[in-house]
Every structure is written in structure tokens, then in C-alpha cells.
Design a protein around this ligand. Structure first.
Ligand code: AKG
Ligand code: FE2
Length: 348
């Protein structure tokens, strides 16, 4: 990720304001870099070797400083990406019946599809993408005769994304010294995959080229796969918008509000948006980790709250938060999570 280096003073001030220890200062020098992090050969079942330790330090450093990073992960090869984002997803959005589907789900952002009024953005959500039966059910709604090509590509991709996502969760949890909580944490997760399309012939673009407005993702993490056409921009914590160009083996990992709350603000969710100069269609894929319906409460582990790190968020139900987050009231706030469950800090 071509992030601009923040200057040291800014960083210290931001850390001070957030009542945090400058944890990044403790990371080895080699871990402090903005290049993509190589995660291809790693395995969360063997998190003790040297390569893991180094990658873990880089991931933690990038998340502390930018709330995200680019991961190189070659288990998803160019062929699978092409099958999915170059063929299966465009074919999916070309199905005429798609327009007629109504959204049976009440939870915002979790419906069958998701739109942003006034923007040429349409996103379809595949819940539980790591179950082949769920993918087949879903594709059966779109293609009544089924679509093996779509199901196979989506299923394979979701399998690799789950491995990658669990590695990132493990690295985050390890970096907080909470390794013993990893298994219960992983058990509390569920997953989703959103297929998104930008631009259509009828849309009159706004002057500022925004095709998806600035936002933070509400989930634990998002793993974004762009396909050939650029557009994603991420805001650094000092307010610079930077381009994240698509790369053949790179995935953009962004931290969401659920992790920001769970880590008591030690990691922050970055704002991001999509801007496009041209009118060509752009397809992307976002694989997300989020609390399951059963384990829907986000509560900061007790050890992450102390005198130096006062509690920043009250425990909250993730799905109730989504209702607020996507309501007219919720959309008014710049920091919606803080408005919803932030604990007022009393100046001392
Ligand atoms: O399409 C992209 O590159 C990013 C999409 C995104 O941020 C989202 O859907 O939440
Ligand atoms: Fe997003």
C-alpha cells in the first residue's frame, strides 16, 4: 500500500489522544514498512515459525498506523480471480431477473443486495459463502437451472479467503497478547462475500467521480479484491487519500468498526471510498468476517481495559448497531460507532 509516512509527532499525538501506548515503537525496525505483506506460505495452524513472526509484526504495524494493508496471497491465482471477477461476477450482474428480486432480509447491509442511493453501485451479498449448499441455494435463485461454474469459483475463492481471514485474525489477537482467546473468537465469527458492480449506462456521474461514498466498514475485517480497474482509495489517519491500485496477487485488508471496538481502539478502522474517472464497469469482491447471529455482542476483553486504556465503547449488539448505522440518524454522524456506544472520556 503506498501510504504516506506520518511524521513521528503526529503519531505520538494520535496515540496520546487515544490513551494508547505507542505500540508500534516496540515493533522491530524491519516490520515498519508499507510494502505488501507476503502471507502466501503461511498457515495459522503453525504460527510459531520465523516467517510467521515477521509477517505478524508487519501486519500489526500496518494496522496500527493505517488500519489496513495489502496482503500478497498467491493461493488465489490469476486464473481463479479471472474466472470469478472476469466472468462469473459480470455474468451474475447481467442476469435480467436480478432487477426484479426483492430483498427479503430486514437487517441492513445483510440483505440479498445493497445499494447506495445516488451512486452507481450495486452489491449482492452471499451469506455463509463457505457452505457449498448456501452458495448453491443462492445461485439457484439467480439461475433456476443452477450454475456450476459460479458455484465452484465462488466456493474455491471463499475457502482461500477464510484461511487468509483467520490468519489475519490470529495475527491481530496475538499482537494483543490474547492468543488463548483465538479459538473462542474464531468460533464466534461468521463470514460473508459481497459481489459489487460499479457503473451502468443510465447513471449520470457526479462531478467528483465518487461511485461509492466514504465510509468505514462495520465488520471485523474486509478483504477486498479489485479486478484490473482501479478505484479504491483509503484515507490515512492524517487525512491523505491514497490510491490503492489493483495487483494480480494482492488483496486489500481493511479493519472494520467491530475490531476497532473489540480492541478498545488500539486498531482503528480507516475510511475508504471508490472513485472512477471513466465509465467502464468495475467489479470487486469483499470477503468479510463478522460476529455470528448467536455471538452478536461486541465486548472489549477485560485485559484491554486499564488505567492507561480506559474503556472507549460500551458492549453492543452488532446487528442492532447495523440498524442504527444505516438509518438516517446513523448516516448523520462522522463517527457513528462513537455516537452509538462511545464512552464519554472525562478529562483529567
Ligand atoms: O470496491 C471496492 O474496491 C471497495 C468496496 C467497499 O469498500 C465496500 O463495498 O465496502
Ligand atoms: Fe468498504
Amino acid at each position: 500500500m503506498r501510504y504516506r509516512q506520518r511524521d513521528a509527532q503526529d503519531l505520538e499525538e494520535a496515540e496520546r489522544r487515544r490513551h494508547l501506548k505507542p505500540a508500534s515503537a516496540r515493533r522491530p525496525e524491519r516490520a515498519r514498512q508499507k510494502h505488501p505483506v507476503e502471507l502466501s506460505g503461511l498457515n495459522s495452524a503453525q504460527p510459531d515459525d520465523k516467517a510467521w513472526t515477521m509477517a505478524q509484526a508487519k501486519v500489526a504495524w500496518a494496522l496500527e498506523n493505517y488500519g489496513g494493508f495489502e496482503a500478497i496471497y498467491d493461493r488465489v491465482g490469476a486464473r481463479l480471480r479471472d474466472e470469478l471477477l472476469g466472468q462469473a461476477v459480470p455474468e451474475f450482474f447481467d442476469v435480467p431477473e436480478l432487477e426484479k428480486l426483492h430483498d427479503p432480509t430486514k437487517v441492513p447491509y445483510h440483505g440479498f443486495y445493497f445499494q447506495k442511493k445516488g451512486f452507481p453501485f450495486l452489491s449482492h451479498q452471499l451469506s455463509d459463502p463457505n457452505s457449498l449448499a448456501a452458495i448453491q441455494d443462492y445461485s439457484g435463485v439467480i439461475w433456476p437451472k443452477g450454475n456450476n461454474f459460479f458455484c465452484n469459483a465462488a466456493g474455491k475463492y471463499a475457502g482461500h479467503m477464510q484461511e487468509l481471514a483467520q490468519m489475519v485474525h490470529m495475527m491481530i489477537i496475538e499482537s494483543l497478547g490474547l492468543k488463548d482467546q483465538y479459538h473462542s473468537h474464531i468460533k464466534s465469527l461468521t463470514y460473508s462475500m459481497r459481489l459489487s458492480k460499479y457503473n451502468d449506462d443510465s447513471f449520470v456521474k457526479k462531478f467528483d467521480d465518487l461511485v461509492l461514498p466514504s465510509h468505514k466498514d462495520p465488520n471485523f475485517i474486509s478483504i477486498i479484491s479489485q479486478h484490473k480497474i482501479k478505484g479504491l482509495q483509503v484515507e490515512t489517519f492524517d487525512g491523505q487519500w491514497i490510491d490503492i491500485a489493483p495487483k494480480p496477487h494482492a488483496f486489500v485488508v481493511l479493519l472494520g468498526e467491530a475490531f476497532m471496538a473489540w480492541t478498545n481502539g488500539r486498531f482503528q478502522a480507516p475510511k475508504h471510498h471508490v472513485k472512477m474517472e471513466g465509465f467502464e464497469k468495475r467489479y470487486s469482491m469483499v470477503y468479510s468476517t463478522l460476529p455470528s447471529q448467536k455471538d452478536n455482542m461486541i465486548e472489549i476483553p477485560k485485559v484491554l481495559v486499564d488505567k492507561e486504556h480506559p474503556q472507549l465503547y460500551k458492549p453492543f449488539n452488532y446487528y442492532e448497531y447495523l440498524n442504527f448505522r444505516f438509518s438516517d440518524e446513523g448516516e448523520k454522524h462522522d463517527d457513528t460507532l462513537k455516537a452509538y456506544c462511545g464512552v464519554e472520556q472525562i478529562a483529567t
